[in-house]
Each structure stands twice: as structure tokens, then as C-alpha cells.
Design a binder for this molecule. Structure first.
Ligand SMILES: C[S@@+](CC[C@H](N)C(=O)[O-])C[C@H]1O[C@@H](n2cnc3c(N)ncnc32)[C@H](O)[C@@H]1O
Ligand SMILES: [Zn+2]
Length: 191
């Protein structure tokens, strides 16, 4: 499934809400207000050009991954039960009935929920958006490229832990602000 094609069908300029066009390999621009949006390492970014954008803070991201996002599977601690019961409810009571074709994971972070939703709904196109370039960098490594990353948990008393990635094809990542989404209204039937 060509997710770039779908992306250009539903994507709009987050500032003036008009059509976007891919001008070069590494740049998308607005056909109306001429704002430009870079594509870095295969991910389009619609968020402002902050320092974090230029220099992703991976250390902070890895701490998040280590201490909460993926702690369940690394250490079998079950700290994310609340979040997981929400995802389970979504699937058991809602997605199973409507089989959403396009799902948005808003604030996808390093891609844990995005990964699980995309794997549980292989019929759907799943879009993950986050404002942090560091989060998206790790998400791309782990759930698009399928790389295994090593987390340093020495300061928590567990040494180094490897977290296995998985290559997922029904998934598209982008940088942006969920309060100013670069999508046409009603582009998603699951969120
Ligand atoms: C709790 S974390 C990620 C949760 C993630 N779904 C998971 O499975 O671990 C929340 C995420 O929301 C992102 N975020 C916060 N404000 C945002 C905004 N206005 N637009 C997009 N992303 C945002 C943060 O960068 C962070 O990655
Ligand atoms: Zn525009």
C-alpha cells in the first residue's frame, strides 16, 4: 500500500489549509501560501523549526522509552495497564465493528501504540504524528526499519536492555502539532 499517495490525498497546509505539493525529494510546499515543509530521513515535518527539530534530543526520548513507554515488554512490569486497557477497549468494542480504514495516532511518541494498532489492524492505514523529532527518529528505527535498539538502564539497576524492532508496512509517520493537523477534515475513521 502506497502511503505517500494516500498522504497527498488527505494532507493540507496546516496554516492556510490549502493543497500541498512535493516540490523536491526533500521538500513539500503549500500551493497557496508557499510555506515549505522539510522531509528529513523520509519523514515530513510540519512542526515549527525549533532547536529540538534541528538537534533531536535522543537521550530524553530513550529515558521515556526505558521508563514508561516500553517498560512492559522490557521488564514485564505492567505499568501501562491503563493505556493498554484503552487500546484493548478500542479494538474489542469499536474497531472490531467499524474496521476503520484510516487511523491516526495523535502524539505517537516512539511508536509503541502506533505499532500495536498497526499490527492489530493490518487492513488499515495507520498514521502516527508527533511534535518531537527525537520521538519520531526512534519510532522510525524501531517500527519502520525494524531495528533493535539498546537502552541503557544502568541508572535504574537493570543494566543494558535490547528492545527488538519490527518492520511495519501499513504505517506512516509525520512530524506536526496535533492542534494544527495537516489533514483535511474527516480524513480518519479511527483515532
Ligand atoms: C505520553 S507520550 C507518547 C505516548 C505514545 N502513544 C506511547 O505509546 O508511548 C506523548 C507524546 O505526545 C507528543 N506531543 C505532545 N504535545 C503534542 C502536540 N501538540 N502535537 C503532537 N505531539 C505532541 C510528545 O512529543 C510525546 O511523544
Ligand atoms: Zn499554506
Amino acid at each position: 500500500m502506497d502511503l505517500w499517495r494516500t498522504f497527498f490525498k488527505i494532507a493540507i497546509c496546516p496554516y492556510c489549509r490549502k493543497k500541498l505539493i512535493r516540490r523536491t525529494e526533500n521538500e513539500i510546499s503549500c500551493t497557496n501560501c508557499e510555506k515549505k515543509f522539510p522531509i528529513k530521513n523520509g519523514i515530513p515535518y510540519f512542526s515549527p523549526n525549533t532547536m529540538e527539530f534541528k538537534y533531536p534530543i535522543l537521550e530524553e526520548v530513550d529515558r521515556y522509552i526505558a521508563t514508561c513507554a516500553f517498560v512492559d515488554e522490557i521488564l514485564n512490569q505492567g505499568t501501562s495497564t491503563g493505556l493498554y486497557s484503552t487500546i484493548n477497549d478500542l479494538f474489542n468494542y469499536y474497531y472490531i465493528k467499524i474496521m476503520p480504514k484510516r487511523i491516526l495516532d495523535a502524539g505517537c511518541g516512539p511508536g509503541r501504540t502506533t505499532r500495536d494498532i498497526a499490527l492489530r489492524a493490518p487492513w488499515a492505514q495507520v498514521f502516527g504524528i508527533d511534535i518531537s523529532r527525537g520521538m519520531l527518529t526512534r519510532a522510525k528505527e524501531m517500527i519502520i526499519e525494524g531495528k533493535t535498539i539498546e537502552l541503557n538502564l544502568i541508572s535504574y539497576g537493570w543494566g543494558k536492555k535490547k528492545l527488538k524492532g519490527v518492520k511495519i508496512v501499513n504505517l506512516f509517520l509525520l512530524g506536526g502539532d496535533v492542534e494544527r493537523l495537516p489533514f483535511l477534515d474527516n480524513s480518519f475513521d479511527g483515532c
